[in-house]
Design a protein around this ligand. Structure first.
Ligand code: ADP
Ligand code: MG
Length: 323
């Protein structure tokens, strides 16, 4: 069945199912706007993130994966600010001849990811358009003073990462058909690309412990470290020997004759958390979260340097949408 066979309201009902008002939702889908409760004394953290057909996903990709990743990218932005994700609205633009079943799969993925991280979809907007475009706007909450900003790094801080890097970029190579789907690590890598695990609990704990600087890895470690360096007016020195490279990145990069380290430095859509904190806090974080790795230091300088076998190399900027 195609979208034109259902009409807008039939489509929304099919995608969203029964609207249940629960967990702080006072008015859910079906009115002009949703009404939600916010926790007294908290600030609102507010973000949106979109995905465009042929730019962020290919039409052949499973809908569930597209939807899951879209919601995860929004949750990651809220978490990287130190916030707890709560309520989302979804904008869907679709051609009239799109298959409803595929859109339903996208929404199943969106809702599954939201549920995984304790938040809910409370509405959206729908329009016809030449290609499928999906956007989620997500609202989260943070206690005043617990925000983690790109501008929060201080010289002397340690630079840490929530877990191994490069698997998502490796998964993208599978999705692009550069690697046989039956090759070693291919299915694990693909999963890491489409079902990112967002370290929300770690992010909340960091905010509570006193970490004031974080950034999620959406455009690659080099680029996110650069954003911190610029916003905080500091230098960031990363140690190549300390970068945790995911086994999927190791295997797939080598199979393609590429450098695993480049996957870790420049691979996007990882949704790992990059953060800076005083050495006195780092020990406690590493004990509580064993996947966390110390990868470098914040200095008085500027830009991002990579220490590699005694040499210092200035890192090039990574992917931006209009290159
Ligand atoms: P309005 O015309 O007042 O903007 P709509 O007809 O667009 O209202 O939306 C009706 C209800 O359906 C609203 O509660 C809205 O949030 C919800 N809704 C519309 N499109 C979507 C969508 N793509 N996903 C989820 N909810 C949607
Ligand atoms: Mg509307």
């Amino acid at each position: 069945m195609q979208v034109r066979d259902m009409g807008e309201f039939g489509l929304i009902a099919r995608l969203m199912g029964e609207a249940k008002a629960r967990d702080g939702v006072v008015v859910a889908i079906g009115d002009d706007a949703a009404v939600v409760e916010v926790t007294l004394g908290y600030r609102v953290v507010f973000t949106c993130d979109c995905m465009v057909e042929d730019v962020h996903f290919l039409r052949k990709a499973p809908g569930y994966d597209i939807g899951y990743k879209l919601m995860a990218s929004n949750i990651s932005d809220i978490a990287a600010m130190g916030g707890r994700p709560r309520y989302g609205v979804v904008t869907l633009i679709t051609p009239a001849d799109e298959e409803v079943a595929w859109l339903e799969d996208i929404y199943t993925g969106i809702k599954a990811c939201a549920a995984q991280y304790g938040c809910q979809v409370v509405g959206g907007d729908t329009s016809r358009g030449p290609k499928v475009v999906l956007s989620v706007a997500l609202l989260g909450e943070v206690l005043p003073g617990r925000e983690m900003l790109r501008s929060g790094a201080q010289p002397g801080d340690l630079v840490c990462i929530s877990g191994p890097l490069g698997a998502s970029h490796a998964g993208l190579q599978v999705e692009l058909g550069r690697i046989d789907a039956s090759a070693a690590c291919a299915s694990e890598a693909r999963l890491r690309h489409f079902r990112p695990v967002v370290p929300v609990d770690l992010a909340l704990a960091l905010g509570e412990l006193g970490c004031r600087c974080a950034n999620d890895i959406s455009d690659g470690l080099a680029s996110e470290a650069q954003e911190i360096a610029v916003a905080s007016r500091v230098g960031v020195e990363l140690d190549s020997a300390l970068l945790p490279i995911a086994p999927e990145a190791q295997t797939i990069a080598l199979a393609l004759g590429e450098k695993p380290e480049d996957y870790a430095l420049y691979g996007g859509e990882e949704y790992a958390l990059l953060f800076c904190l005083p050495p006195s806090l780092a020990a406690e974080v590493c004990v509580r979260y064993p996947a966390v790795r110390f990868i470098g230091r914040v200095t008085e300088g500027d830009g991002v340097l990579l220490l590699h076998q005694g040499e210092r190399e200035r890192l090039r900027a990574a992917y931006t949408h209009f290159d």
